[in-house]
Design a protein around this ligand. Sequence first.
Ligand SMILES: [Zn+2]
Length: 151
Amino acid sequence: MLRFFNNVPFYFSYTIENIKAIQQYKQYSEEIPVFLFETTVFFKKHCMSRIQRCSDLTHRRLSDGSYQVKNVQSGGEYKVHLEKDLSSCTCTDWHIHHLPCKHILHIMIDKHYNWEDMPDNIKDNPLYIIDRDVVGLHQPIDATTPPDALY
Ligand SMILES: [Zn+2]
């Protein structure tokens, strides 16, 4: 792995960031959804800051399989596509970051998403997922995985 980094300090900080993201480093808050267990600290922080603003949202499924998510207070409506290969939303937050916005996260929480349900554009991106090779994990983490089974 070191050959992909141009210097040792950067590889060291990459390793530390991955270690900080695993549950064995620090117990996750019960507020963190299971589908975020395998993600980096950066990705968890991005999602959790939006999840805290999901309480005023409602949604309904549309005939094309997408979702219409409505903000009850502001009246704003957005269309969420939550496909296995790609998720998207019509809101400004998604267009700026191309990361899950509060509308996408609202649907994931309502559907009791697990890590396996996450769209591939997230699961396949090394910036969003824990690098199991670096931290020595040999299997995916879920809510039922005992800590001693991970190494
Ligand atoms: Zn959105």
